[in-house]
Design a protein around this ligand. Sequence first.
Ligand SMILES: [Zn+2]
Length: 439
Amino acid sequence: MDNKRTRQLGNKYVILAALSMAFYGCKNDKPEPEIKEDIAKVEQPKEVFEFGFKLNDFIVKRDTIRKGDSFGVILERNKLGYPKIFHIAEKAKDTFDIRKLQIGKPYTLLFSKDSLELPELFVYQPTREDYVVIYFKDSIHAYKRKKPIKYIEKTVTGVITSSISETLDEQGISPVLTNKLADEIYAWTIDFNRLQKGDRFKVIYTDKYIDDTIYGGIHDVKAAYFEHNNEPFYAFRFQTDSLKGIVDYFNEEAKNLRRAFLKSPIAFGRISSRYNLKRRIAYYGYKLRPHKGTDFAAPVGTPIRATANGTVTESTRRGGNGKYVKIRHNATFETQYLHMSRRHVNVGQFVKQGDVIGYVGMTGNTGGPHVCYRFWKNGRQVDPFREKLPEAKPISDSLKEKYLDYIKPIKYQLDNIFFEPEVRDDNEFNEPIIKQAES
Ligand SMILES: [Zn+2]
C-alpha cells in the first residue's frame, strides 16, 4: 500500500515536472489551457492516504504521547486486552522498541469501521519525516517508513538596501538561505558584512515538503547569481564525488568559489622571515621580539597583491608599520601588508584576490625592502602557513566538460529571471519546477 501511494505521488509529480520543463524548454510555445485543467483535477484527491493507508477505511484517532503514556497504556485505553498487547510488543520489538515513545510526539490509531471499532494499527512519528507502523489486526507486522518528500524549486530575487538578511526577510524567506549564501556559497568571494547598496541577487533553491503539505525548510541552493560592486558572481551547485557525496559551488568557468588565500602577496619573492613567536634578536640584546608576520623580500616597487577578495579597512602610515594596508575578507579573516613604498587603495575599496594594493618599500621599522604580511583570524594574528584554510579544489578535467554541460540550462534559467522593475517577457518562465518525489 505504501508503495502504491508513492507511485501515485511519483506519477503526479513527474507529469508536473515534465510540463514545467516544457514551459521553459520552448519559451514561445504557450501550453494548452486544457492540459492545465487536467492537472488541476489530478491534484484533488477524493481519498485521503497517510502512512500508506487509505484513511477513509478507518476511524482515525490522533493524539500525542503524554506523561505516563506507554504503548500498553495507550492500547489498553483503546479497548485492547493485555495478553494481546504483550504479544504485539514482543513481535514488534525487533523493528521498534516501544519503550522509546517520547512525550509530545504524535501518534495515530486506526480503528475498524465496523460495530466493534477495534484498534487495528498504531502509528508513531518520532520525527516529521519518519514513522513507525505497528499493524495488529490479525497478524502482527511492524515497520519503519519515511513520509513522501517533495522538493519544489523556487526562485527569489532581491536588491540590497541594508543587508541581505533584511532583504530576504522582507520577502518572508528563511534565514537559512542567507546563511547558505553568506557562509557556504560566497564566503570566499563576497564579504556579506560589506554589501553595497544596489548589490542584487537571484537564487534558485529548493524547498522541502513532507507529505505534500508540511513545510520542511530550505533544502538546498541549486544556483545563484550575485552582483556585488557591479561584478557578477555566479554559483552552481555540483557534485564532484558521488561516492562521498561531495558537493561544491563553482562559477560559470568551473572555478571553485571557495577560494584559498594566495600563498604570497607578491608574485615573485622569497620568505625572509617567518611568523615566529619565540624570535630573539641580537640587536635588541636577545630579548624576545615575537614576529607575528611573514616577511617577503623583494625589490622596492614590486607590486603587492591582495591575497583574497575583501574590503580595505585601513590604508595609512603609522609608526613602525610604515605605509600599510589592511583588508577584511569575511567575518573571520583579515590581512595586513606593511612597509610599502606606495599605497594603491583607499579605505572602503573592494579588492579582488590578486589586485595590486601597493608596492614594496622600506617605510617604518625595516632593515631592507620587504613586505611584512600579517594574517588575522578572529582578531588574532596567526601563521597563515600553519592555519587550516579552506582549500579551493579545482574541478577535475574529466568532470569539467560534464559540469559545463550541466550548468548550461541552469545558467540560462538564471539569466532569464528578472529583477523586479524589469519586465518579464514570459510569465510562465518562472513557474516553480516540481521535482520527482522520493519515497
Ligand atoms: Zn615582518
